[in-house]
Design a protein around this ligand. Structure first.
Ligand SMILES: Cc1cc2nc3c(=O)[nH]c(=O)nc-3n(C[C@H](O)[C@H](O)[C@H](O)COP(=O)(O)OP(=O)(O)OC[C@H]3O[C@@H](n4cnc5c(N)ncnc54)[C@H](O)[C@@H]3O)c2cc1C
Length: 472
């Protein structure tokens, strides 16, 4: 790219163009992302901070004709793929408007918004759609790969609520994609949505939130030495067939504010009376001979969505890896094996692991998520009872800690592999065709490849997790 050509691009944009030459602005943009370790490793060519759809079109046309690889990110920037080496980042961080149509129960989300932006506006009408469980995660990244939230047992995946997209194609056209206009592309977008263009707006249907948007909850904690006695009955309880989908019970290993290792169950109950919710919480709190902390609470949905935010601060080094598992609830050996694996693995975390942001999370992913019609979306992570993830963070830039963190996370997934049932694209970081086949079944991949050949034959959007496209 010549300086003259860049000057032309700059003049055509209403937003900003930041190149390596402007060191201060460049580094500010580079280190804006959530994971410091990823920011340190990625060295993009520059950033286009788009002011709106027209800037996205201008940038796509410009960089396509210059054969410059493009990546995309929004305000969230939590994944490794929104910023790649020697690619230009089209940054939608300024495009965060969210508009609700309460009559039609629809929300229009500009693609740079994060989950919190969406929850904030929809809550005005006691309406919700699923967003990620940490509100500063980008709405787009979560939604494009499927999208699982705290209440997915009740409402399914984000893609199950999407009714349309506005996107900029590889040829710089602005198109609307929905079930009526292009059913095949609409299917592909709902599960592998970052492959075919740059989404500028999502349209989703909203659901009514009972109890004026209030969730009943009670974070319940025990010392980590009680983990086996707590996790075992919890696993039995979440497998009860009569459970309502409006009840979710999350399990986690974490540290208390004093830095002690603890385990916890967080019941999330929608639409029940206080008395009914208390029965559930009483039962859970009795596990392990009785909890040491229990905080019965009624909180607005927006507060639930932001409850974990401070545990995942920006500008910290992270590594994580997760696996979807299932087991036969009558198989005691399987249950003991999963519990023992989790307890032992938590005890084996590296000494340097930050006490604030190191976890083993076991998130329920059954209920409505599993009942979604597998043929209606390309999202493939619908089976399994639990999404188990090891997340570790560390405070300094010592690269040996990265390697040790990766090893700890990889080992967790490896140990649970006998129970592995499916893989979630947003958590998998696949880098090859064969790994993509671990995420999407062969017949789904065949359709996705055909869509790629039709909508981005020259592989303009080739960087990122979807490396398989390079082979199309
Ligand atoms: C702290 C944390 C909590 C999480 N919690 C959840 C959770 O509860 N549920 C869940 O399902 N997942 C969760 N995830 C995983 C999450 O879904 C992925 O990390 C996701 O990719 C993050 O999206 P982002 O927009 O923040 O990242 P980004 O890096 O900005 O984007 C992610 C990917 O999408 C592409 N992309 C972004 N915007 C666009 C666009 N407009 N058009 C086309 N492509 C685009 C990017 O190029 C990149 O490949 C979590 C991750 C973290 C780090």
């Amino acid at each position: 790219m010549t300086d003259n050509a860049l000057a032309d691009l700059k003049a055509a944009l209403r937003g900003e163009l930041i190149t390596r030459a402007d060191e201060q602005a460049f580094n500010a943009a580079r280190f804006r992302g959530w994971n410091r370790d990823l920011n340190t490793r990625a060295n993009p060519l520059g950033f286009v901070i788009a002011s709106g759809v027209r800037d996205v079109v201008t940038a796509v046309n410009y960089f396509r004709s210059n054969n410059t690889p493009i990546t995309v990110r929004g305000k969230g920037s939590h994944s490794p793929y929104g910023m790649a080496n020697d690619a230009v980042v089209i940054d939608l961080m300024k495009m965060t408007a969210v508009r609700v149509d309460p009559e039609k129960k629809l929300v229009f989300v500009q693609a740079g918004a994060d989950g919190g932006d969406v929850d904030h506006e929809t809550a005005l009408y006691d309406l919700i759609c699923i967003t990620g469980s940490v509100s500063h995660t980008g709405f787009a990244g979560v939604a494009l790969g499927g999208g699982i939230g705290h209440l997915s047992r009740w409402l399914g995946a984000v893609v199950d609520s999407i009714v349309g997209y506005e996107m900029v194609t590889a040829t710089g056209e602005v198109i609307r994609v929905n079930a009526a206009k292009d059913p095949e592309l609409f299917w592909g977008m709902r599960g592998n949505g970052a492959s075919f263009g740059i989404v500028t707006e999502f349209v989703l249907k909203l659901r009514d939130m009972p109890n004026n948007g209030i969730i009943r909850s009670a974070p319940i904690l025990w010392g980590a030495d009680k983990a086996k006695e707590v996790m075992t009955p919890w696993m039995d309880r979440i497998a009860r067939p009569e459970r309502k989908e409006t009840e979710t019970l999350q399990f986690a290993f974490l540290h208390s504010p004093d830095g002690d290792p603890v385990c916890g169950v967080v019941p999330l109950i929608v639409g029940e009376t206080e008395a009914a919710a208390k029965v559930t919480c009483d039962e859970v709190a009795a596990y392990g001979g009785g909890a040491v902390v229990r905080q019965d609470t009624q909180l607005p949905y927006t507060a639930l969505q932001a409850a974990l935010d401070d545990l995942f601060p920006f500008d910290t080094n992270y590594w994580d890896k997760g696996v979807f598992i299932d087991w036969d609830p009558s198989d005691r050996k399987a249950i003991n094996c999963i519990v023992d694996t989790a307890v032992q693995h938590w005890n084996e975390k590296p000494d340097f692991a930050s006490k604030l942001s190191t976890f083993i999370l076991c998130m329920e992913v059954n209920g409505a998520l599993g009942k979604g019609d597998p043929a209606s979306t390309s999202f493939a992570a619908r089976s399994g009872r639990l999404w188990c993830t090891a997340i570790i963070s560390w405070s300094d830039d010592d690269v040996s800690k990265r390697a040790a963190s990766k090893k700890w996370c990889d080992a967790f997934v490896q140990k649970l592999s006998p129970f592995h049932v499916t893989t979630y694209l947003n958590n998998a970081m696949p880098e090859s065709d064969s790994e993509m086949l671990g995420v999407f079944p062969e017949d789904t991949m065949k359709r996705l490849r055909a869509l790629k050949a039709k909508h981005d034959p020259n592989n303009v959007f080739k960087t990122g997790a979807w490396h398989y496209e390079a082979h199309v």
